[in-house]
Design a binder for this molecule. Sequence first.
Ligand SMILES: C[S@@+](CC[C@H](N)C(=O)[O-])C[C@H]1O[C@@H](n2cnc3c(N)ncnc32)[C@H](O)[C@@H]1O
Length: 266
Amino acid sequence: MRDPLRRLLHRGLEVSGLIGPLHRRQERRHAELSSDPYQDGLPMPPAALIGAVAGTGSQRWYSEKGQQDAAWFISVASSHGVTLGGARVWDLGCGCGRIARWIAPDVLKAGGDFLGTDINRQLVRWCAANLPGRYLRNGLQPPTTCPSGDRNLVYAYSVFTHLREPAIRSWLAEIARVLQPGGLAMLTFHDEDYAAAWGPESVRLSLQSEPLVIFNDALEGSNYLSAWIRRSTFVALAEEHFTVLEVVPGRRDQPVQALAVLQKRS
Ligand SMILES: C[S@@+](CC[C@H](N)C(=O)[O-])C[C@H]1O[C@@H](n2cnc3c(N)ncnc32)[C@H](O)[C@@H]1O
C-alpha cells in the first residue's frame, strides 16, 4: 500500500483494534460473494468458515485445492520414506480441515492417529463435529497439550505465513518437542519466489534486503497479518532444532507456497 494516507488510516485502525471486526466483515463478504455448493463425500464447511481460512467461500476451490495440497504433502513425505497411512499425524493450524478431510480418513483406516489443532475455536468445533480425526484448540503461542515425542509427522499449511518471528521460533521448538526423533515436519511459508509473483510491492522490495518482513502488523494468527521470509532465514531458524532435508521454493506460475521439509534430529 503506497498511499501514505491509507497507510496512516490502516495504522489507526490497527492501533484502535477496529481492524479486527472490519477484517472479519470483509472476509464474510468475500465468502458470501464466492459461495457455491459442491460435494466431495464429506460435509462441507459453511462459506463463512471457508472464508476465514481461504479468503474465498468457494466450496469447489476449497475441495479441489485441499485435495491437491494433501496429495503434495503425501508425495513429499513419501519421497523422504514416510507413509502417512498408519502414522501419528498432527495438522497444525488445520483451519476447517481443508487438507485434513483428504488425509485423516486414510491415516485412521491404516491404524494411525490424526490430530488437528487451531487457534480458532469455531473452526476446530466444526472439524470435530464433521470430520474423522481428533480436533483441539491451541493457543497463539505454544505449548500444546501434546506429549513430547507423541507424533511422527506434522504438517502446517499457511500457518507460519501469519506469525511474527518470536511465534515462528516458538512453534519450531514446539514441533521439535512433539515429534519423535527422526519424525518429519512439512511447513509452508511465503518465500522470496512466492513474494515476487504474489506479494505486495512493498514486501517484494523489503524482502530483497531484509530477512523477514511482516505486512499488516496486527491480528497475529489471522490472515490479516502476513509474514514473508527468505528461504535462507527459514532454514537458519529451523536448523536450531531440525535437519533441513529439503526446501521447495514457492511457485511463481501458481500460488503455491514454499515448503520446508524438516527432520527431528535423533
Ligand atoms: C490460511 S489459514 C490455513 C488453514 C489450513 N491449514 C488450510 O490450509 O486450509 C491459517 C490457519 O492457521 C491458524 N493459525 C494461525 N496461527 C496459529 C497458531 N499459532 N496455532 C494454530 N493455528 C494457527 C488460523 O486460525 C487459520 O486457521
